[in-house]
Design a protein around this ligand. Structure first.
Ligand SMILES: *[C@@H]1O[C@H](CO)[C@@H](O)[C@H](O)[C@H]1NC(C)=O
Ligand SMILES: *[C@@H]1O[C@H](CO)[C@@H](O)[C@H](O)[C@H]1NC(C)=O
Ligand SMILES: *[C@@H]1O[C@H](CO)[C@@H](O)[C@H](O)[C@H]1NC(C)=O
Ligand SMILES: *[C@@H]1O[C@H](CO)[C@@H](O)[C@H](O)[C@H]1NC(C)=O
Ligand SMILES: *[C@@H]1O[C@H](CO)[C@@H](O)[C@H](O)[C@H]1NC(C)=O
Ligand SMILES: *[C@@H]1O[C@H](CO)[C@@H](O)[C@H](O)[C@H]1NC(C)=O
Length: 497
């Protein structure tokens, strides 16, 4: 009984905490393989410039020194990134071959027997391997983090050749000196691996913009609410994907629908964007009175004479003779406000529906304002989403608006007058505003060093799905992306200090 109670409490509290994200990124094994290729390449570049300090020692009757030790060949057989635990990956490399050469020098002395010699040597290490665990996490600011731990390595057969000298003297120190080289190499290798993860890779993931400004007063919150997870098919990253008012941080009081399942793993990445993201933007705009505005002869440009009460050709006064008669040579004003928060709905198509009241006034010759009537309007638009360089754009495809007149103080309003208001004043004013909003685009959280390759956009229930391959773009200069770091930069902290 108690157990049941605790259990249900657990499920309940978990349900409360686990808010669906507004944005989901799934990286498949194909996508992870790109990271592997980049990482393996960087590792090879770093190893090739690795410094191995000289080995000196004394053994019974011999003083030896191995110096100018250089890496001649580093061949990283098979490298892969695979799931290790729910929140970690394992980087494994096998069949690593390493050839090293250098100069030796020894002095042998026993009783009256003395030998000294110097020359070159080569050591070939084969079938070495390493494993390192990459722990995924998040930091205090909701950015992803990567940490490396548990660097394990093994080695296989070793062959060495010393040119010149006496074999029986080499036998006295060679094994020990070579073991010293191997230990140093493996320690340095672990240092490089750790730096590749905790410096290079960390720098890339820290570079993800988790708060992106949207217009002048809003921002998109792309912080990670949870640690990225690794399943058999995907490395999955959830981002909050909600729009906030820039200086208040209050979240919209509802949550995203859960994302439709995705089982496809042919592309490198699958990105799902919930309609919740767009609805939180509308919520903030609505709540902060951004959806209230006036249409007057001063702000609708070349169509302003449409608002005249007197004209010879085409204006509102022609269609509502009452106002032409009572208020000649004046102009009409429309005060618009949303009466309900507009809603974006994604379901095969993207549509936006809105409701509002439009109060119609006349601005008289003495500049005073006189109320005329109110129009309640319900409108809907279809928007075609489009993706271009990490921005999501909309194309206004079709709009409809229905109107009713209420609270008129000038009697009945002709149907044609309403049609005129809708077709010649409202739509021409609103459409460019909506298109403008769509044209400015909606920013997506992306990483500089990875670009979308042939992305495809699909519409699912409550979500836009982007299926894409990725391309790695190494950048140089001040950009903070994964790139080959000079070894001094890598070594400074970990190895030499
Ligand atoms: C050892 O490495 C050197 C330098 O790369 C190479 O020339 C030589 O053939 C290698 N020897 C063996 C036995 O692999
Ligand atoms: C619209 O006009 C009315 C009356 O002049 C004014 O009170 C209101 O603030 C205006 N609204 C906007 C959004 O400009
Ligand atoms: C509309 O009114 C303005 C100002 O009263 C006037 O200048 C303009 O010519 C009028 N437009 C038409 C088409 O009559
Ligand atoms: C309206 O304007 C016309 C042309 O400027 C003028 O003849 C007429 O007297 C004006 N009417 C009023 C009521 O001001
Ligand atoms: C919108 O207009 C309707 C009909 O006139 C009215 O009942 C309603 O209160 C108005 N809403 C607002 C928010 O003004
Ligand atoms: C207009 O009024 C009719 C009848 O009252 C109603 O069915 C319709 O929903 C209203 N439309 C709008 C846009 O308010």
């Amino acid at each position: 009984m108690w157990l049941l109670f605790i259990f249900s409490l657990f499920i309940f509290s978990k349900g409360l905490l686990a808010k669906n994200p507004g944005f989901r990124l799934q990286i498949t094994q194909n996508g992870i393989n790109i990271v592997n290729t980049v990482a393996a390449d960087l590792l090879s570049k770093n190893v090739n410039t690795m410094k191995i300090s000289k080995q000196t020692g004394r053994d019974i009757n011999v003083n030896y020194e191995l110096r100018d030790i250089k890496i001649k060949k580093f061949q990283l057989g098979k490298s892969s990134f695979t799931r290790y635990t729910e929140n970690s990956l394992r980087w494994t490399a096998e069949k690593i071959d390493l050839d090293i050469d250098g100069q030796y020098q020894y002095e042998y002395s026993r009783f009256f027997v003395k030998h000294s010699d110097k020359g070159s040597f080569t050591v070939n290490f084969s079938t070495m391997s390493f494993k390192i665990i990459i722990q995924l996490g998040t930091d205090g600011s909701g950015r992803p983090t990567v940490r490396a731990y548990q660097c394990l390595h093994t080695y296989g057969p070793i062959k060495y050749v010393f040119h010149g000298g006496k074999d029986w003297i080499f036998k006295l120190f060679a094994e020990k000196a070579i073991q010293g080289i191997r230990n140093q190499f493996q320690n340095n290798l672990c240092g490089i691996l750790k730096d590749l993860v905790e410096k290079n890779a960390q720098r890339i993931v820290s570079n993800v913009k988790v708060r992106i400004p949207l217009g002048n007063s809003m921002m998109v919150d792309y912080r990670l609410p949870s640690i990225p997870s690794v399943s058999t098919n995907y490395l999955e990253v959830h981002l909050k994907g909600t729009v906030l008012w820039r200086n208040s941080q209050n979240e919209a009081p509802y949550s995203a629908a859960s994302f439709p399942s995705n089982y496809d793993t042919t592309k490198m990445a699958y990105i799902a964007i919930s309609d919740y993201l767009f609805n939180t933007m509308i919520f903030q705009a609505y709540r902060h009175n951004m959806l209230v505005f006036n249409i007057t002869s001063t702000n609708i440009g070349c169509r302003k004479s449409m608002l005249n009460t007197t004209c010879s050709d085409k204006c509102i006064g022609k269609l509502i003779p009452q106002i032409a008669k009572s208020f000649p040579n004046s102009s009409v004003e429309l005060h618009m406000m949303s009466t309900k928060q507009p809603v974006t709905n994604i379901n095969g198509i993207v549509s936006v529906t809105a409701e509002g009241n439009i109060s119609v006034y006349v601005r008289k010759l003495d500049n005073s304002r006189q109320y005329l009537f109110r129009v309640s309007a319900v409108g809907g638009s279809k928007v075609n989403p489009r993706l271009n360089d990490r921005m999501l754009y909309g194309q206004l495809a079709r709009s409809e608006i229905q109107t009713n007149v209420t609270d008129s103080v000038i009697g009945a309003i002709d149907e044609k007058a309403l049609q005129f208001l809708a077709d010649d004043i409202l739509m021409p004013t609103l459409a460019p505003m909506v298109s403008g909003l769509c044209k400015r685009g909606f920013p997506l959280p992306t990483i500089d060093s990875f670009q979308f390759l042939q992305p495809e956009l699909k519409l699912r229930k409550n979500a836009i799905l982007i299926e894409t391959n990725l391309k790695y773009i190494p950048r140089r200069g001040k950009s903070t992306v994964l790139r080959f770091l000079p070894k001094e930069e890598i070594y400074q902290e970990n190895i030499y200090s």
